[in-house]
Design a binder for this molecule. Sequence first.
Ligand code: NAD
Ligand code: WQD
Length: 339
Amino acid sequence: MKKILVTGGAGYIGSHTVVELFNTGYEVIIVDDFSNSDPKMLDQIEKISGKKPEFVKLDLCDEQAVHAFANQHKNISGIIHFAAFKAVGESVQQPLKYYRNNFYSLINIITAFNSKVKLVFSSSCTVYGQPDKLPVTESAPVKKAESPYGNTKQIAEEILEETCAVTPDLRVIALRYFNPVGAHASALIGELPIGVPQNLVPFITQSAIGKRGAITVYGDDYNTPDGSAIRDYIHVVDLAKAHVAAIKRLEAETGDNYEIFNIGTGKGSSVLEIINAFEQSTGEKLNYAIGARREGDIEQTYGDVSHSNTVLGWKAELGINEMMSSAWNWEKYLRDNPF
Ligand code: NAD
Ligand code: WQD
C-alpha cells in the first residue's frame, strides 16, 4: 500500500483529505504541531475511517527534525503539504510569523525528501486578486498580493516552479483552492476557528447557534446582481477528493513536473445567496445587517475549472445547500461535544 505524508493533517482541509485517502486505500502518516488544530481530530478521523492515522508531532520549521523524520520514513510515496498559517488579518499584523512558518516548512520538506518528492501544494485563488476576466483560468496573471499571507502563496508557487525547472525528478501540483466551506457528512470533523471567525460560513454557523451576534454583510453596493460580493464556495469533501486525484496524477508521471489547477465549483454565489441557502437548507433564521465593505475584499471571483475537470479528472459534486447543512451539523456537534 502506498503511504502519503499529510502535513497539517489534523487541520481543517487536511483531516478531510486523510479520510478520503483512507477511502481510496492509501496509508497515511500525519505530521502536525497542533499550532492551529486539536489532537482530538486524530480520534475523530479514526471514528470515521476505522483506522487511526500514523502520527508524528513536529514543527516543520525545525530543519533537523524534518530531516530526521525523512530519514526514518523512506517509504513515503507522496506528500500533501497543508501545514501553514492562514489568517489573512494576522499576517498583516505579524508578517514575519507568516513568512517564517510558510516558507521554512515548505523548504524543509522539499530538501529533506530531496528530488524524489511527489508533492501537492495548497495554494489559493487569492493569487489572482480581483481577476480581469471571469471565470478566472490558471493562466490569468498573478496580482500583487493584498497581504503577507497571500504573498506566501505566490512566492511558494514560484519557489516550487523554479525548483521543478532544475529538478526533473521532482513533481509538484499546486492546487489553487477557491473558498473551502462545509464539513464531513458524519459531522465528526470540520473547521475549528480560533476566536471570532473572520470567514463567512463559520461566522454564520456561530451566529445561528448563539455564540455570536448578528452577521454583518460586508457591502451591498458591489457591481453584482444583488450588490453583495461573489465567491466560488467549494465543499471541503470535494476539495479533499481533488487531493487524491492530484496524488494519482503525480503517480502517473504524465504532464509537466510542475502543474497548477483551480479547485472550485466554477459557480459564484453572493453573500446574500449564501445566507439564503443556509436558511433554506437548515430551517434556521439568521440575523444579519448590511454593513460597509471590508477593506481588502475583492468584488467577485469564481474559477474556470475545466482544466481540473478534464486533466485532473476531478469535478465538484456538492452544492451550496450541502455546504451549509454540513457546516451547520458540525456546529451543532461542537455544541454538544465541545473540543
Ligand atoms: P488549518 O489551520 O486548519 O490546518 C493547517 C494545519 O497545519 C494545522 O493543523 C496546524 O496545526 C498545522 N501547522 C501549521 N504550521 C505547522 C508547522 N510549522 N509544523 C507542523 N504543523 C503545522 O488550515 P486549513 O484551512 O486546513 O488550510 C490548509 C492549507 O490550505 C493551508 O496551507 C492554507 O493556507 C491553504 N488554504 C486554505 C484555505 C481556507 O480558506 N481554509 C484557502 C486556500 C488555501
Ligand atoms: C467571503 C465573503 C466577505 C464575513 C479568505 C482569504 C482567502 C482564502 C479564503 C486562504 C466576502 C463576506 C465575510 C462576514 C461577510 N483563504 N463576509 N461577513 O475573503 O473570500 O477569502 O478566505 O487562502 O485568502 O482572503 O473569504 O469567508 O472571509 O469572505 O459579508 O462576517 O463573505 O466580505 O465577500 P474571502 P471570507
